[in-house]
Design a protein around this ligand. Sequence first.
Ligand code: AMP
Ligand code: ZN
Length: 113
Amino acid sequence: MDCVFCRISQDKTPAKKIYQDNDIIAFHDINPQAPVHVLIISRRHLTNLLDVNSQDESLIGRMLVVATQVAKKLNVSETGFRIVINTNKDAGQSIDHLHIHLLGGRKMQWPPG
Ligand code: AMP
Ligand code: ZN
């Protein structure tokens, strides 16, 4: 399977990484929708939230902790940020490798478009 986020995880495709450990990577989105737009992924391929089971609870929790740490590092924790996980077509999921969007640095709209 050719998956761009698996390729980033394996260093076969370049990315502006801001965090990495054995299980998780965070990198800047190539087409940012806000001054801060970072993607947090697991190295292991998971298609989306529907592919997650109870054994992945700590991984998902750690991905959220990483997102929060990146928000602090990039100075959007006080001003605010949004976490988004698009799942399947209606949500606009375009890459079938689970990713958390961290968006910040500007005022967000609610409800989202
Ligand atoms: P989604 O539409 O929720 O599936 O989000 C996919 C995101 O991945 C989009 O915001 C894209 O801009 C981003 N993206 C796609 N390819 C790359 C890449 N090679 N490096 C960084 N971000 C990417
Ligand atoms: Zn993948």
